[in-house]
Design a protein around this ligand. Structure first.
Ligand code: AMP
Ligand code: MG
Length: 345
């Protein structure tokens, strides 16, 4: 028998396939400006996860007063906890490896545009140009556990922190509950676990993850059957406003300071590292299709991806292509049926 959890979430729909007798507990709470949903057949105690999430947000948030990042941006220096230091160092590494499509020093740009404020504000070109000057990654220095920024540079870990938080949350749940099937959805970034040896024997593992249709986020383009991995999704449809017929969204091109003009409608990264996957899905969106494929083939990071282009083609890398099932009703912006193309390494 198939148990279905009709869990409609920000950017993914989840369906769990499992054995006939299946007990699970779930919890939904709000943290890091988003909804977290945990489904698990563990002991049902999610207090560790919740405690970690709220403490973590108080350390890495750009906007929460007295967070480590807030303090760094305000005063130019801050002592960082182990988690924050690790995320910052990892984000600098990924920035370099993505030719700065991913840039953790875009705080002055995200603050200027303030996409989610509801103000629908499009800043003048001069203001964008000034803010962009401050996005220079060379203005950040790290010495032991202290970070310093200069010349107005502001750190924003919004494109990477959720992926790291997912890794930690999953660790808590698994360490306390052996052989557990777990799905944690943090605002569309997902951690999945379940194919331990004994679960495999019972054939009680595996998740079907619905990949949101970026042209109609209440529907999916298809489902991916997978487990023991992280899935990160980025898309212009996630946070945006529309003014005078133009869509302004939350993923910025570090070379212009404007929302990235991508030929991709959404990007999904499927891999074994939550922190890398989160940053890479953001970076691929900025890179656009050609550079993303080149980057994937370069092998700098180990990941699979699903790229959905603005003209409604779903590109899937070879590692996961056979696990993806196209939804018969999937349609692009013009109502055209969507198609799949496999990308080989
Ligand atoms: P995501 O939803 O993971 O794609 O991340 C988007 C968030 O990352 C935004 O809300 C910003 O906080 C931040 N961000 C926007 N553009 C970039 C970029 N080019 N590099 C790194 N972080 C970014
Ligand atoms: Mg991201």
């Amino acid at each position: 028998m198939k148990r279905i959890f009709p869990l409609i979430v920000i950017s993914l729909v989840l369906v769990c396939s499992c054995g006939e007798v299946y007990r699970y507990t779930d919890a939904t709470f709000y943290t890091m400006s988003t909804v977290v949903n945990v489904i698990s057949d563990g002991d049902g105690d999610f207090s560790d996860i919740k405690d970690f999430a709220s403490d973590f947000e108080n350390r890495v948030s750009r906007t929460k007063q007295n967070s480590e990042i807030y303090t760094l941006n305000l005063g130019g220096t801050a002592v960082l906890s182990e988690d924050t230091l690790y995320i910052l160092e990892k984000s600098l590494e990924i920035a370099e490896n993505t030719d700065y499509a991913f840039n953790p020093c875009m705080g002055s740009i995200t603050e200027l545009w303030d996409i989610t404020s509801g103000k629908n504000y499009v800043p003048e070109y001069g203001l964008v140009a000034d803010a962009l000057e401050a996005c220079d990654i060379n203005n950040i220095r790290i010495s032991e556990n202290t970070a310093e920024v200069s010349d107005g540079t502001k750190v924003d870990l919004g494109g990477i922190a959720k992926g790291y938080a997912l890794e930690k949350m999953l660790e808590f749940e698994i360490s306390e509950n052996k052989d557990t099937n777990v799905c944690i959805n943090l605002g569309g970034n997902i951690a999945l676990s379940g194919s331990s040896e004994s679960n495999r024997k019972k054939d009680e593992y595996g998740w079907n993850v619905g990949i949101t249709n970026p042209f109609d986020k209440n529907t999916i383009v298809g489902t991916l059957k997978t487990s023991d991995c992280f899935i990160a999704i980025s898309g212009a449809y996630e946070r945006f406003f529309e003014k005078d017929g133009t869509v302004y969204h939350h993923i910025f091109d570090p070379s212009t300071g404007y929302p990235a003009k991508s030929d991709l409608a959404s990007t999904a990264v499927i891999n074994k590292s939550g922190i890398e996957g989160d940053a890479l899905s953001t970076a691929l969106f900025v890179m656009g299709f050609d550079k993303s494929v080149e980057f994937y083939k370069s092998g700098v990071y180990d990941f699979d991806m699903i790229l959905i282009t603005n003209d409604g083609v779903i590109y899937i890398t070879e590692g996961i292509a056979s696990d993806f099932t196209l939804d018969a009703d999937a349609r692009d912006l013009n109502g055209k049926e969507m198609s799949i193309i496999k990308i080989e390494k």
